[in-house]
Design a binder for this molecule. Structure first.
Ligand SMILES: Cc1cc2nc3c(=O)[nH]c(=O)nc-3n(C[C@H](O)[C@H](O)[C@H](O)COP(=O)(O)O)c2cc1C
Length: 301
């Protein structure tokens, strides 16, 4: 039924790609999306040793014979060092994963052109998630195979240009020749059809995959996502240069109040730390950490 540059590039049935989700995109969910005909995601940041990361790739391959993407997020991190990133690049090339979803700093700037060349030589398709035409044009210039065009509606870390997917997707689609995948505000067939009409060759969804049996989060979280509406997410972190979108809750109120008073990283980091977020997903406390989700939660029933 669907034939686009994305289904052709990866030999998949549907042009539906699961976006990176720190703490959530692990082998069971990744394999479930791929087995259903889309493209699952294994988020590298979940693993800090080569053994664990390679093990997760092999575990996913045990659960599915279909292609899946690995995400490597090149944003400032307290947990991950350049050493970790070098390990991710090496393992992805050695394991010849189908593709990598990069976000944050472009790979040429973070790790040099030789990293792009090495991954391409290993047959790994390279995509970058961007929020602007200028970043998309740069990615095409340095040899990426595709673009994820992420509007301000998305969960995670939308670019602080704050452009909506409705405008960004056609702008990027008309500015590059490589395939464009739409990101942000997509959670069902209607929004997917709209994205394809805007010039995208596929869609990426992330929040939508949390409210599934295969996503290993606490039931409270799934129920909360179903209950919450499109106006119940909020942007935070602008004052420290790392904007995020998360569900409105007590911790986010605290973070925004610190930001309004001019507080800095020292006060914010304890509220935004990775372990705190992991505990909330697993324990089901919807008030205790920033839970990064998109406006698309309004469409999740
Ligand atoms: C829980 C969660 C965690 C995320 N973690 C990451 C991440 O580690 N790296 C990244 O590039 N994007 C991350 N994202 C962003 C998604 O990959 C995707 O771009 C975005 O969520 C799409 O919007 P949607 O959730 O409304 O579909 C995350 C999103 C969610 C919902």
């Amino acid at each position: 039924m669907f034939k686009t540059a994305i289904t052709e590039m990866f030999g998949i049935k549907y042009p539906i790609i699961c976006g990176a989700m720190m703490w959530l995109c692990k082998p069971p969910l990744c394999a479930a999306v791929s087995n259903a005909g889309g493209m699952g995601n294994l988020t590298a940041g979940n693993y800090t040793t080569e053994e664990e990361f390679r093990g997760a790739i092999r575990e996913t391959r045990r659960l599915t014979q279909k292609p899946f993407m690995v995400n490597i997020t090149l944003l400032p991190s307290i947990r991950l060092t350049p050493e970790h990133y070098r390990m991710y690049f090496k393992v992805c090339a050695e394991e010849r994963v189908s593709g990598i979803e990069f976000s944050g700093t472009p790979v040429d700037k973070a790790a040099g052109m030789q990293t792009i060349e090495g991954l391409k030589k290993a047959g790994v398709k390279l995509f970058h998630k961007v929020g602007s035409v200028r970043h998309a044009v740069h990615a095409e210039k340095v040899g990426y195979d595709g673009i994820y065009a992420a509007g301000i509606e998305e969960g995670g870390h939308p670019l602080n240009d704050d452009v909506t997917a409705m405008v960004l997707i056609p702008r990027i689609a008309e500015s590059v020749r490589i395939p464009v995948v739409a990101v942000g505000g997509i959670a069902d067939g209607r929004t997917m059809a709209a994205a394809l009409t805007l010039g995208a060759q596929g869609v990426m969804m992330a929040s939508r995959f949390i409210a599934t049996r295969e996503c290993q989060v606490h039931e409270n979280i799934k129920n909360e996502l179903i209950r919450r509406q499109e106006f119940e997410t909020v942007l935070f972190g602008k004052s420290i240069g790392l904007q995020g979108r998360a569900i409105k809750n007590k911790v986010i109120d605290e973070i925004l109040s610190i930001e309004r008073k001019g507080g800095g990283l020292k006060e914010l980091i304890p509220l935004m730390g990775g372990e705190r977020i992991k505990e909330a997903w697993e324990g089901g406390n919807v008030e205790s950490a920033p839970l990064m989700v998109g406006q698309s939660i309004g469409l999740i029933k």
